[in-house]
Design a protein around this ligand. Structure first.
Ligand SMILES: NC(=O)c1ccc[n+]([C@@H]2O[C@H](COP(=O)([O-])OP(=O)(O)OC[C@H]3O[C@@H](n4cnc5c(N)ncnc54)[C@H](OP(=O)(O)O)[C@@H]3O)[C@@H](O)[C@H]2O)c1
Length: 504
């Protein structure tokens, strides 16, 4: 018997292959390259999504050779790839296009040599002058590299040239504007791909499919039917070995400004007229601009103290490596905001994100209003919970709808859920976010990357909070135990509105 391919299993993965190109990774000896970028490129090669001749040039300052770099990357894939150990045959051909370029980011000679090297790769591997520069470096290095690329004529070529810039994109509005000015003095906006890997997650992309490819949800997706929205990104990990960086950043900058604001935009935006990069991003920017300035009393900060994680005792934030013992950096934030437009006027959006919480979970929950009249009032059936639509982004990716049902044989109503699980429905593991995003960049599709006005609108909203926190009195940190759901003030804060955080 012949079976047709299930388009839901394969169709979403099919698509265009980019033109031959070279990807130059600045910071090629770093953690991101090892854990995410190279495994993602390898998996794209496995799925035959990379063009013929695709090449990688790793730029870093260690005294490595092409050969030793290839060995390290092979190990990195063995350790970090979702597809398991490398396939020797595939690796042999993939590795032929990997090169190591030694140099310091501020060394002009290294860029002169890079120009020659890229030209040689174009000749040998037919990459046609098409280039992606990936800044996988500490953010302080971005301006130096961008300026050097400009000085050495690397922002233009005989083919196309694009630049991917990692987060954080600035640490407040002024620094984000300055970085935008630096980037745009060398590149055009359509060459710039500001990455927020959350947007590459399948479940995040599915928010738009869910909303705009199904006719039944849009009519109830507004203030008449929705009581409030909760967006949670909870981590069980602490700062690991990023203490030094994190202590200058904190949860508002590290999570809310980018990941949670992006989720908020996708949930709250109007349908774009077409699905293309500018139309989608125009609608997201409109959401950000419609958010009312956030009142300081609508924010709660926390910092974890000693406690436990996965049944093991763990130290408090202030005892982490690289963290000041008197640090005032927040590892938890909860806030409430309002979007002042016709769709959302009066509907509170509660956002929370923290480290060392009891579960790793990311979720958007739309809580609907209660039924307008209680025909079951004064009966044993009067205890109704509101409907909740939960979009689960990780780890159990899916969508669930909670509604009330009568308990068989008893005069009681109980909430039940209807669940859709990605894994069970499609039978494939989702590609890593970086796979999708690297491919999109090579294809010239900026839909899932952040535009200049978007990043600045987000900072415009959050910078006044950062400033007010910095100017305010120090808080009695730590104020929550590692392994708990954050400070008690966060529960009190939402309870004042007659609501509570979802138990996740
Ligand atoms: N790691 C992640 O999972 C992750 C996730 C999201 C975003 N990001 C962002 O990605 C960027 C990179 O993160 P990472 O964790 O990979 O950082 P990392 O491990 O510290 O790597 C930084 C890289 O830059 C190189 N480098 C630094 N200064 C240099 C210089 N003057 N000249 C030449 N090379 C230099 C380092 O070389 P040496 O090895 O010689 O020091 C290393 O290769 C950061 O902006 C981070 O915020 C990272």
């Amino acid at each position: 018997m012949a079976f047709l391919d299930n388009p839901l299993r394969t169709g979403l993965r099919m698509g265009r292959t980019p033109e031959p190109c070279t990807m130059v990774i600045f910071g090629a000896s770093g953690d991101l390259t090892r854990r995410k970028l190279v495994p993602a490129l390898y998996n794209l090669a496995r799925e035959r999504r990379l063009p013929a001749g695709f090449s990688v040039v790793g730029f870093a300052r260690r005294d490595w050779t092409d050969e030793s770099f290839r060995e390290l990357l092979c190990e990195a894939i063995n350790t970090n790839s979702r597809s398991g150990p490398v396939d020797p045959e595939l690796w042999a051909s993939f590795a032929q296009g990997i090169y190591y370029h030694w140099g310091n980011f501020d060394d002009a000679d290294a860029y002169r040599r890079l120009v020659e090297r890229l030209a040689a790769i174009d000749r040998e591997r037919g990459t046609g002058g098409n280039r992606v520069f990936y800044l996988a470096t500490p953010p302080e290095a971005y301006p130096t590299i961008i300026a050097q690329l400009g000085t050495h004529g690397l922002a233009r070529s005989s083919g196309w040239t694009r630049i991917i810039i990692e987060k954080p994109f600035g640490h407040d509005l002024t620094s984000a504007q300055a970085l935008n000015a630096e980037v745009l003095s060398v590149f055009n906006e359509d060459q710039v791909y500001r990455i927020d890997h959350y947007l590459g997650k399948e479940t995040v992309q599915n928010i738009l499919i869910f909303r705009f490819a199904n006719a039944i949800f849009e009519p109830i997706w507004h203030r008449s039917h929705i009581d409030h929205v909760q967006i949670t990104v909870a981590e069980t990990i602490g700062v690991e070995d990023r203490g030094g960086y994190y202590d200058t950043s904190g949860a508002l900058r590290d999570m809310i400004q980018n990941h949670l604001m992006q989720l908020l935009c996708l949930v709250a935006m109007e349908p774009p007229s077409v699905y293309d990069a500018d139309a989608v991003r125009d609608e997201k920017v409109k959401v950000l601009r419609a958010i009312r300035p956030i009142a300081l009393h609508d924010t709660v900060r926390g910092q974890y103290g000693p406690g436990s994680a996965n049944g093991r005792p763990v130290r408090g934030y202030r005892e982490e490596k690289g963290v000041s013992p008197t640090s005032q950096t927040e590892t938890y934030v909860a806030l409430k905001l309002f979007i002042d437009n016709w769709r959302w006027a009066g509907v509170p959006f509660y956002l929370r994100s923290g480290k060392r919480l009891p579960r790793r979970v990311s979720e958007i929950a739309i809580q609907f209003k209660a039924a307008p009249t209680m025909i079951f009032a004064d009966t044993p059936l009067n205890d109704l919970e509101p409907n909740v639509l939960a979009m689960k982004i990780q780890p159990d990716e899916g969508i669930s709808l909670k509604f009330s049902s009568k308990v068989p044989g008893q005069p009681q109503i109980r909430p039940v859920t209807m669940d859709f699980r990605y894994g069970a429905s499609f039978g494939v593991t989702s590609p890593e976010a970086y796979e999708r995003l690297l491919l999109d960049c090579m294809l010239g599709d900026g839909t899932l990357f952040t535009r200049r006005d978007e990043v600045e609108a987000s900072w415009t909203l959050l910078t006044p909070i950062l400033r007010a926190w910095a100017e305010g009195p120090p808080l009695p940190f730590p104020n929550y135990e590692a392994g708990s759901w954050g400070p008690v003030e966060a529960d009190e804060f939402i309870a004042r509105d007659g609501r509570s955080w979802r138990r996740l």
